[in-house]
Design a protein. Structure first.
Length: 204
């Protein structure tokens, strides 16, 4: 029996390309396509795929939340995304592998097979980022002012509102945010808030 694969990506052209790439392998069968995380979870329940090929940044329910919902329900999840920055949340959510979209078709096919076998598949760039993160366990220590800025951001404050609340300039808020991004190894406000909650920095 061929391995049953469900593709989840919000771009039709990408889904077409993935279907074509997997179609060349006689032991793989694409059984469905989803345009967002919610549809991926629903189709996984209906179609019982062996592997879900999951993009992360999709409208509505994103890939990481979809992986959490799929965890323990049967299919293994292989992340296929453009970005190498979301590897930790994806793996913690239950993904079995993390591949980038510039991977050649033969590597994608091997990764699907390996994910189904229960092996952890990591793109070289992703493995390097993960190793770097593990080598810097203390990097996330934020200063008192940085925590104040981050708490306001978590409450929905804009840079201007945060500056007014802390009696500092808007430029200072931006500088603090850049330092926060570096220390938490993230690239935007939402990711910084999520990572801070994950580490318990905003629960104190």
């Amino acid at each position: 029996m061929p391995l049953r694969v469900l593709i989840a990506d919000d771009h039709p052209i990408v889904r077409d390309g993935l279907r074509a790439a997997l179609g060349g392998a006689a032991d793989l069968e694409v059984v469905g396509e989803a345009a967002d995380g919610e549809e991926a979870v629903r189709l996984a329940a209906e179609l019982a795929p062996d592997v879900v090929l999951m993009d992360l940044r999709m409208p509505g329910l994103d890939g990481v939340d979809a992986i959490r919902l799929l965890r323990g329900t049967g299919p293994r999840v292989l992340v296929l995304t453009t970005f190498d920055t979301d590897v930790l949340p994806a793996l913690e959510a239950g993904a079995g592998g993390y591949l980038l979209k510039d991977a050649p078709p033969e590597e994608l096919v091997r990764a699907v097979r390996a994910t189904h076998r229960g092996e952890t598949v990591l793109a070289p760039a992703v493995a390097g980022r993960l190793a770097e993160h593990l080598r810097r366990p203390a990097r996330g220590r934020l200063s008192r002012r940085e925590l104040e800025v981050l708490r306001l951001v978590a409450e929905g404050a804009t840079n201007k509102q945060a500056a007014r609340a802390l009696f500092i300039s808007e430029a200072s808020v931006k500088t603090h945010l850049l330092h926060i991004y570096t220390k938490l190894d993230v690239r935007d406000r939402a990711a910084a808030v999520g990572e801070a909650y994950r580490r318990g920095l905003l629960n104190r």
